[in-house]
Write a protein that binds this ligand. Structure first.
Ligand SMILES: [Zn+2]
Length: 294
């Protein structure tokens, strides 16, 4: 009968679609097995060691004396921890200068103390760390720092004559913070310096890479593994040391130290900072760009 035929056709179609769909449906066991397999692969890749980078050789300075130049207390652990840890591990002398105490909320004195504690965790003793509180270099999103004032602060820095390498933000300042952006220009404005200084910039990456967290070093390790396969197609050996750029990647222990250093900045531990330390690739990895000598 026509009425029953009409009612049967959709049900047959439904059965057919079910039969077609069923082979792609995974059982909970299959999902668990796949997850376990994925975890094993991730765990194996995470144990891969990237080729060690000889920082002294890459910097091209016979006896590097490095100054980490930042704008605010907490920049050192939020952005520069992998390179600071690598320098300390290779016995390269490191000093640190924060051009402000981060006093935009009136917490400058507290933040200065937090800065010393954070650097201690990263292997730089408090006597090698300094932060400034000057009228021209005040912390604030609405305060653009003139390079000439940064250069002047560097000229007055007591240990500048011992420094031959300065590591600082690039022109995008990682976060586009107006206090970060002019730091490299400030170092360049130091051109009347009595001795040459190697300028090294921390590369700002696009946002979709910035928040890859631990996936970033995993990706680098995967690329490194692929580069070891004989006759592999393409040049996989990217990012780890290409002439004027060098990528430094922390181990899990290095990440823990960066996190521990961040914990010293108690006044800054608001909820979005927790998101940052969990998701930022800068807690794991730094790509440095060798700029000109100034
Ligand atoms: Zn900052």
């Amino acid at each position: 009968m026509p009425a029953s035929k009409v009612s049967q056709v959709p049900s047959q179609q439904h059965r057919l679609s079910q039969q077609k769909a069923s082979p792609t449906r995974s059982s909970p066991w299959q999902i668990l097995i796949r997850l376990a397999l994925l975890l094993c692969i991730v765990s194996a890749i995470s144990k891969v060691s990237l080729p060690p980078s000889d920082l002294t050789q890459w910097l091209g300075v016979s006896s590097p004396n490095v100054l980490i130049l930042t704008a605010h207390p907490d920049d050192e652990c939020m952005f520069f921890a992998p390179v600071i840890l690598a320098l300390a591990a290779q016995g390269i002398p490191v000093r640190a200068l924060s051009l402000s105490t981060g006093n935009s909320s009136g917490l400058g004195d507290i933040r200065r103390t937090e800065l010393f504690k954070s650097y201690s965790v990263l292997g730089v003793e408090p006597q090698l760390v300094q932060s400034l509180e000057t009228e021209q270099l005040q912390d604030g999103m609405d305060r653009y720092w003139e390079p000439v004032h940064i250069a002047e602060a560097l000229r007055q820095y007591p240990n500048i004559s011992n420094i031959n390498t300065i590591i600082t933000f690039d022109a995008n300042g990682i976060t586009q913070h107006p206090n970060h952006i002019p730091l490299a220009a400030g170092v360049r404005a130091l051109s009347q310096s009595s001795h040459p200084i190697r300028l090294v910039l921390l590369e700002t990456v696009p946002k979709h890479i910035k928040f890859t967290g631990p996936l970033y070093p995993l990706g680098l390790k995967t690329i490194h593994l692929l580069s070891q396969i004989p006759f592999s197609a393409g040049n996989w050996n990217v990012g780890m040391g290409k002439g004027s750029t060098l990528t430094i990647t922390s181990t899990v222990e290095g990440y823990k130290l960066a996190l521990e250093a961040m914990m010293r900045h108690k006044s800054q531990l608001v909820w979005f900072r927790w998101l940052y330390v969990g998701a930022s690739k800068y807690m794991w990895s730094n790509t440095l760009v060798l700029a000109e000598s100034v």
